[in-house]
Design a protein. Structure first.
Length: 269
């Protein structure tokens, strides 16, 4: 039965990817999956971790990232191409999910701006180990409100390769621990539909509940190849790296750790 459900959800996801410029409705997606609208919404959420509408929005924004970084199309043209009738609505949703505006995201190809990330306010710590098929490859891990890598995490870390990690200053709340790694030379995979190979590996656990008196929690996070049923990675990774290094003001690459530089390129190639 799970295979039947997964195949139905996959048909809906593929339909989203092929019809980004169309005004798809839940009814349209349910017909593609060959389920009733209400059953479709339930099983889609169970399989992907997101509602159909939110998953569709993420697919549209992933394609917008690709177009911004690889074409000279205007922001208005891109917004229409990915299904938005209002460029204002598109810009607002892009900024909320990616962490920077469409115009600023495009400028990341040549400029490394200084950004300000809200300082963590919590006192808890989450530590553990990340395993991955991509040995020797940098891994990002962060805590997010939902099961999708978008916006700013409440706490995050980069590790040089799979292994021990620590997330500090975690605030009270319910968080999803999400991690990903990109194979060397395959950074474009972040802005393309997943194929199930090891170009992009992801892992998630949660929700993790942090109480006011929580001091330390432990978590094991296994990464696996990303599939089309996983929500797209929307996080503006390079912005996080720029902030971590105190801001970049010159388009000339600053001499720094080559592993971190390779990770920083993951969202702009």
């Amino acid at each position: 039965m799970d295979d039947v459900i997964n195949a139905a959800v996959l048909r809906a996801v593929q339909s989203m990817q092929k019809n980004l410029g169309e005004q798809l409705t839940i009814d349209d997606m349910a017909r593609t999956a060959m389920f009733s609208k209400f059953h479709f919404s339930r099983v889609f959420q169970r399989v992907t971790g997101l509602s159909p509408g939110r998953f569709l929005s993420a697919v549209r924004l992933r394609e917008a990232k690709r177009l911004l970084s690889s074409t000279s199309l205007t922001v208005t043209a891109i917004s229409h191409r990915v299904g938005y009738s209002s460029v204002g609505t598109f810009s607002s949703r892009f900024t909320g999910s990616i962490g920077v505006s469409p115009a600023r995201y495009r400028r990341l190809r040549s400029v490394r701006p200084k950004v300000s990330i809200p300082a963590p306010t919590g006192t808890a710590t989450i530590r553990g180990r990340i395993s991955s098929p991509l040995r020797g490859t940098p891994v990002f891990a962060g805590l997010f409100p939902d099961r999708i890598l978008e916006g700013w995490p409440v706490s995050y870390t980069f590790i040089r390769e799979p292994g021990p990690f620590v997330l500090k200053n975690v605030p009270e709340g319910r968080w999803h621990l999400l991690a990903h790694a990109v194979a060397e030379g395959r950074e474009e995979a972040l802005n393309l539909p997943a194929t199930g190979d090891e170009a992009l590996c992801v892992g998630r656990i949660g929700p993790i509940t942090v109480h006011p008196d929580t001091e330390t929690l432990h978590a094991e996070v296994p990464l696996r190849p990303m599939t089309p049923l996983d929500p797209p990675v929307l996080l503006a990774l390079r912005e996080l790296l720029a902030a971590e290094h105190g801001g970049y003001h010159s388009p000339t690459p600053r001499p720094t750790d080559p592993i971190r530089r390779r990770a920083a390129l993951a969202v702009i190639r």
